[in-house]
Design a protein around this ligand. Structure first.
Ligand SMILES: [Zn+2]
Length: 105
């Protein structure tokens, strides 16, 4: 049982991250952030990760650069501190479950 607990926690984190990512992708969930007076979107402090600093600063003509970034798999992976590949796999599994739901019964 030595490794299983941490594996399980990691797995739960990945699952939570996958659900969050799918929610953001479909617009059911929004990243935490605020709009400034010019309509530019900025992530909240606890939403910001290292990956966000590489993104183009929002401008009047591109006000959602960070919002778009915060809905990417890379960002959600670093937000939940999970491996991007594990997250991608989990998203695939969840997506196939979601599309199966309509077909069953
Ligand atoms: Zn980011």
């Amino acid at each position: 049982m030595s490794n299983s607990l941490s594996d399980q926690v990691q797995c739960l984190e990945v699952k939570a991250a996958a659900e969050e990512f799918i929610g953001r992708r479909w617009g059911n969930k929004m990243p935490k952030g605020t709009y400034d007076k010019r309509g530019r979107w900025f992530p909240a402090l606890d939403e910001t990760r290292d990956c966000c600093h590489r993104i183009r600063y929002p401008s009047a003509s591109w006000p959602y650069s960070l919002l778009t970034h915060c809905c990417t798999l890379t960002h959600v992976a670093s937000l939940y501190n999970v491996n991007a590949k594990s997250l991608r796999d989990a998203v695939k599994v969840l997506n196939s479950k979601l599309s199966d739901n309509g077909k069953e019964h």
